[in-house]
Design a protein around this ligand. Structure first.
Ligand code: 5GP
Ligand code: MN
Length: 339
């Protein structure tokens, strides 16, 4: 961040601060927000984290979760007022305001000092202060860096450290993705020295499944996995009736797409999920094939080279499945060259 000293000056006196993760925040987005909140709390700032949507129960253990304001119909005035009267807005784990709809219109209109901290590829500049590193493994890694840049590494306490650890753990696929550098391991070593119990966090995030979630995964694997060997591709498509049958809750399909990607010879995997007003798509790839380009070019989305998402508003699931499979021949050469 080239203008960090200026930002330090702004944060030197107590401010009204709003921190916003992306829609359906994951452990990295929420963990980054709550880590930053617990750090900034030490300076008498007035802080509010606002999530644009709800998020999975397996993240509720994080320190500060009970104070997060989750946007929903009926809270427009409260949220608009908080955003418009904030002195400083932190936007964490996205670099395109479309990812926080419907909060984006208020953030755009707000005259607050805007700070963006993120690691996604396609940046659409909107903030005066940016810590944007697509090569970072997680936004939580950048929150750690940010606190160090502020000269406050010593102020990272157990609450902050746990939230940072959760973001790094999930966004590195438990330290297995190529983004897992020696720097990541050094940061994590420091977090463990601070007192983070990594087994406890792993348990909270990965080992607190409901029975209905496991049954949904079982159903999807048995009935809904489609394998297209000629394109090295596999995908799942789940209708809202499927989700209803298994009492779907936010987060229940998280990670499911990775089963499709784990098939031998498969280098591109997708999951298509029918929501009330849209079809949400998640893409994962191995190697050179760009999930990000695919999501950006065809599904109004983006993300990272090997992990991206997108959406189709209002369409029916069958139509989106057709559109998705019709695109694959266009990418056949790339898909066959990626593994
Ligand atoms: P997931 O498939 O787990 O929802 O997301 C994979 C990656 O793509 C994450 O880094 C996420 O932030 C990003 N992503 C997911 N959905 C969208 C989307 O609709 N637009 C953009 N730009 N990125 C997305
Ligand atoms: Mn992230």
């Amino acid at each position: 961040m080239h203008n960090l000293e200026e930002l330090k000056g702004i944060l030197a006196s107590p401010k009204k601060i709003v921190i916003i993760p992306h829609q359906k925040p994951d452990a990295d987005a929420l963990g980054s927000c709550l880590a930053l909140a617990s750090y900034l709390q030490k300076f008498q700032h007035q802080i509010q984290v606002i999530a644009p949507t709800d998020y999975p129960k397996f993240l509720w253990w994080m320190h500060g979760n009970e104070k997060v304001l989750v946007f929903e119909h009926g809270k427009e005035k409260i949220v608009e007022n908080l955003i418009l009267t904030a002195d400083v807005l932190f936007c964490l784990d996205y670099s395109d305001l479309a990812r926080i709809a419907p909060l984006d219109k208020w953030v755009s209109a707000s005259s607050a000092t805007k700070v963006m901290i993120d690691h996604h590829i396609d940046r659409k500049a909107f903030a005066m202060y940016e810590l944007w590193k697509p090569e970072a493994a997680a936004t939580a890694e950048l929150i750690y860096d940010f606190i160090c840049l502020m000269g406050d590494e010593k102020l990272i306490d157990i609450s902050t450290a746990e939230c940072i650890y959760a973001g790094i753990m999930t966004d590195t696929g438990s330290f297995k993705f190529p983004s897992t550098t020696s720097k990541i391991h050094r940061i994590v070593a420091n977090l463990i020295d601070i007192g983070v119990n990594h087994s406890k966090i792993h348990h909270h995030v990965y080992d607190t499944n409901s029975e209905s979630r496991l049954r949904l995964i079982g159903f999807a694997l048995k009935e809904k996995l489609v394998i297209l060997r000629e394109f090295n591709t596999a995908y799942f498509a789940l209708s809202s009736a499927d989700l209803k049958a298994y009492q779907y809750k936010t987060g229940d399909t998280e990670g499911l797409v990775n089963y499709a990607l784990s098939l031998e010879g498969i280098c591109f995997a997708a999951i298509l999920i029918e929501d009330t007003d849209k079809i949400k798509l998640s893409f994962r790839s191995i190697g050179r094939f760009s999930a990000n380009d695919f999501a950006r070019n065809h599904f109004s989305g983006g993300g990272h080279h090997n992990a991206a998402g997108g959406r189709v508003n209002g369409n029916k699931l069958e139509k989106v499945i057709q559109d998705f499979t019709n695109l694959l021949p266009l990418y056949k050469d790339k898909l066959l060259a990626s593994v």
